[in-house]
Design a protein around this ligand. Sequence first.
Ligand code: PLP
Length: 379
Amino acid sequence: MSDGFATRAIHAGQEADPTTGSVIVPIHATSTYAQDGVGGMRGGYEYSRTGNPTRTALEQCLAELEGGRYGRAFASGMAATDAVLRATLRPGDHLVIPDDAYGGTFRLIDKVLSGWGIEYTPAPVSDVDAVRAAIQPNTKLIWIETPTNPLLNIADIAALAQVSREAGTKLVVDNTFASPFLQQPLELGANVVVHSTTKYLGGHSDVVGGAVITSDDELAEQIAFLQNGAGAVPGPFDAFLTLRGAKTLAIRMERHSANAERIVAALAGHPKVAKVLYPGLPEHPGHEVAAKQMRHFGGMISFLHADGEEAALQVCARTRLFTLAESLGGVESLIEHPGRMTHASTAGSMLQVPAELVRLSVGIEDADDLVEDILQALG
Ligand SMILES: Cc1ncc(COP(=O)(O)O)c(C=O)c1O
């Protein structure tokens, strides 16, 4: 019988150190490794861009948490995204992306990769037929997020994996919002999982990182080649912090989700809130799919302020516990205005987000305090 998720988070890739017995994987702060004669590597390491034991522990742990055979850690979520795109696409190739993709992903594809002859079509990933219709003869990838950032739309991973298989493309899931505790895309048929480990996996807003997990041998080799070849690797301290965070992912995600449900209950029906976007709400169009493929509904909530952009900005300025900041997934609650902050790069494009949108990353503080804070900020 294989170990459960919380057990794997604490033990996978994290044997006690064979030389000292150190229970915790040490921070191997070294750039290079002594060799016993030319080519005589002692532990399989020669240079820390290519491999570092602290990073290896993180990579093995992340692979096991996602149920994949290979994990590769990167210096940021964007570096991980870039590696997957460059490993799979060549000039003239096409990919389908969410029509509400994370702004940074959109920017990379629209502003960088399009200059190298990569074509893309945005599609609503919650609509399987729309994704199928966006596929072209030169489509190589279907890139999805679920839940999406910041509109919390839900894509049916199993259904899209089927569409992708039929079209002969690969399905990539950015699993940042759900984390591997809430959702296991590889098991549902996806080919690759990408993370910004900056978020829930790291979990404490103290490190930037990314990861790619797959069971595809060929792709894993290409990703490893790019990881070393382009060199966007995390340092050993970053790998240590991310691994330390991952150990508590299961209990944190349970608390993030429970707190979010309390806040959603307070926001729903509030006179200043025109609409709450949260997949746990029965009226959310993706609720049934989310209930099927997610363990809980997560800690991210977006809502539309009933009085427009200025009022939305004021809410962001008035919270006491919710810190006004970009990013998400940490133990502390954050609030932000996607239109002016995380998703400003989508302005004027078809991915532009509503001006009255507010996004919450619900932390693991006491739920009563968070509810009180958001209600006083709404006024
Ligand atoms: C869904 C999603 N994917 C990728 C990224 C990029 O990750 P990073 O900021 O670690 O580069 C983010 C960052 O906010 C994100 O929210």
